[in-house]
Write a protein that binds this ligand. Structure first.
Ligand code: AMP
Length: 134
């Protein structure tokens, strides 16, 4: 049986998505770079952050390439909703809603965004402190 990466690669080859071959998260969607996938739908993929900032730290992305959450919401509001729904499903599966957790979209330079393929950080499993550092 094909592993997740191969299945995603095959599905990706059939998808008419706007993508960028040098985008890290597009390459994860394509199965070219491995990821610890925890949830997948036709339109979204969720995988554990490679450098977790809390006991639970999962990234949720749309499979289609959009640079940031604002660009996604304006271009495809339905997909933005799918992304938020996937984040909620992941948070529930990770046991986060009872104690509380945070969903973060870093945007642009001041926002601390490093990867310009929109992603929600779902972070929890410990008290997260104030919303901003300083
Ligand atoms: P941001 O700074 O909001 O753009 O977040 C990018 C996140 O992607 C960071 O938390 C990184 O640790 C994470 N990251 C970078 N490369 C990978 C990867 N190959 N797999 C999983 N997470 C990654």
């Amino acid at each position: 049986m094909a592993h997740g990466g191969q299945r995603r690669a095959a599905a990706y080859a059939r998808m008419a998505v706007v993508t960028s071959s040098d985008c890290l998260f597009c390459r994860i969607v394509a199965g070219e770079i491995p990821a610890d996938v925890v949830h997948e739908t036709d339109a979204t993929l969720a995988f554990r952050d490679i450098a977790p900032k809390a006991p639970v730290h999962v990234l949720i992305i749309p499979k289609a390439h959009h640079a940031d959450v604002g660009a996604l919401a304006l271009a495809d509001p339905k997909l933005a909703g799918d992304l938020l729904a996937a984040a909620a499903v992941v948070a529930k599966a990770e046991g986060l809603p009872e104690a509380g957790y945070r969903t973060i979209f870093n945007t642009g330079g001041y926002g601390g965004q490093d990867v310009f393929h929109v992603h929600a950080h779902v972070v929890g499993g410990r008290p997260l402190g104030p919303m901003l550092a300083g």
